[in-house]
Design a protein around this ligand. Sequence first.
Ligand code: 5GP
Length: 211
Amino acid sequence: MSASRGLLIVLSGPSGVGKGTVRAAVFANNQFQYVYSVSATTRAQRPGEVDGKDYYFVSREEFETMIQNEDLLEYAEYVGNYYGTPIQKIEENLAAGHDVFLEIEVQGAMKVKERMPEGIFIFLAPPNLEELESRITGRGTDAAHVIQERMATAKEEIELMQHYDYVVVNDQVQHAVDKINAIIQSEHLKVERVVDQIRHDMETYYEKERI
Ligand code: 5GP
């Protein structure tokens, strides 16, 4: 029997909530062996980021070609830059039975939900808005107008929470990681995901034993 299809896991939430930090912690001890979906972006590479690992850093022209060729599962224009999810590797990995993990902003997550509603949508929420603001300001890599813009969109982004399957409050990174892993493990145990395999095993057994 072929391996069952992997799960598509989408981690999203407002800007500054700590999606990148939580995702890095999930992958630092990736005991469940999720495959990370590396996004393409037109934004400048930050110090320490690795091309092909953190993002595929591409020009606007290259990104627009990807859009035209329908190479992207979704894309969004966010604070003046394109961000998008290449589709091919996702399809290959899901078909091979691997769980694929996306960490994207909320507009993109909603587009993924339209195209792949079977995905597991996890909303990472801030413990409170003061904390969110201080995280946005504290990152120190963005200009003041970018911070203001991000805080204004945070309100609209939090309202999209209702479209998700799960909410994880990012009070402590390790707590958030543990909750995310627990969600994914539970999803694997849903009856509809295991019933075919168990039925198949039962049929084989009863046929062999001629019961
Ligand atoms: P940053 O520039 O800080 O790395 O990311 C900015 C935002 O873009 C983050 O909220 C991140 O989750 C989101 N992002 C990263 N990759 C993608 C993607 O492929 N699609 C979408 N829609 N958002 C993405």
